[in-house]
Design a protein around this ligand. Structure first.
Ligand SMILES: NC(=O)c1ccc[n+]([C@@H]2O[C@H](COP(=O)([O-])OP(=O)(O)OC[C@H]3O[C@@H](n4cnc5c(N)ncnc54)[C@H](OP(=O)(O)O)[C@@H]3O)[C@@H](O)[C@H]2O)c1
Length: 255
């Protein structure tokens, strides 16, 4: 196994993900040699053995192009994007055959908060490239794994994180509409998630759709503010799909 612990690191794109990953690498003995923000010169990157590109996805290919001139000899260049693989670094592959290329996607939601580095411990990391990339994931306290279809994988990650948060936004709005604090719903959310973890989504489903209580669902639709009905219907249809049951009455109500 290639060991990468104790190497010098350059961070390009000092945002939420980049700071967390570099912070975790720092804890495992890596040394930050350079931090490059938007518009900063890339010259300092040449000192680093590992370069972490943590810009928004749309900027990765352009940075890779600039690194043809600036990457240190035989350095390891990784990006943190989940939706793309090594192809995002094609400019480097063509222009600098000595440079090793990697993708290191932490499967975690990083908001810039004080717990970000701790949250990487135990997180899974989608890796691509040489074994040194998986070593970086381990150095962050994570579990490396590989995936062939990164676009589909990243769609799943967005559902797991972003769509879940969007759904909880609806909970906050509805709780506010009836004057109940949102906190009252969080133990319910936590319990539902714990059930899914324990037994999987299908057996964890409770509620009127799972029971086939059509009249209760009809009452919900009558009570909901007009702009909350479409997301409620869409997710209730997903709940019905999860049951695997054919229910013409519910299907009509939710269509
Ligand atoms: N946040 C997450 O939860 C998370 C999790 C896993 C993976 N990722 C991946 O991590 C990458 C960064 O995401 P993020 O959420 O950390 O974004 P972010 O917080 O917006 O950070 C991006 C950073 O890159 C800088 N930047 C933009 N263009 C640049 C350029 N050309 N050269 C140097 N720096 C540049 C930005 O500077 P300005 O502020 O000046 O624009 C900002 O500091 C993405 O590929 C994303 O898919 C994010």
């Amino acid at each position: 196994m290639t060991t990468v612990v104790g190497r010098t690191v350059a961070l390009i794109g000092p945002g939420r993900a980049g700071r967390a990953v570099v912070g975790a690498l720092g804890r495992s003995g890596h040394r930050l040699a350079a931090t490059v923000g938007r518009g900063d010169p890339l010259t300092a990157v040449a000192r680093a053995e590992i370069v972490v590109i943590a810009t928004p996805d749309r900027a990765v290919a352009g940075v890779a192009h600039s690194l043809v001139e600036h990457a240190g000899p035989a350095s390891l260049v990784v990006h943190l994007s989940g939706s793309s693989g090594l192809e995002a670094l094609d400019a480097l592959r063509e222009g600098r055959p000595d440079v090793r290329l990697g993708a290191l996607h932490p499967l975690q939601s990083l908001t810039g908060g004080p717990d970000d580095v701790d949250r990487l411990t135990g997180s899974w990391f989608a890796v691509a490239g040489p074994p040194a990339v998986a070593d970086l994931a381990r150095a962050c306290g994570g579990h490396p794994f590989t995936v062939t279809d990164r676009a589909l994988y990243h769609a799943a990650a967005c559902v797991a994180s972003n769509h879940l948060v969007a759904l909880l936004g609806q909970v906050e709005r509805l709780a506010g509409a009836v004057g109940v604090p949102a906190e009252a719903f969080w133990p319910l959310v936590a319990g539902s998630f714990a059930n899914v973890q324990a037994v999987g989504a299908r057996p964890a489903l409770t509620g009127p759709v799972a029971r086939g209580d059509v009249a209760t669902v009809a009452r919900h639709l009558h009570a909901l503010p007009i702009d909350e009905i479409a997301p409620y219907r869409a997710l209730a249809r997903e709940a019905l799909r999860l049951t695997g049951r054919a229910d013409a009455e519910l299907e009509e109500l939710l269509s």
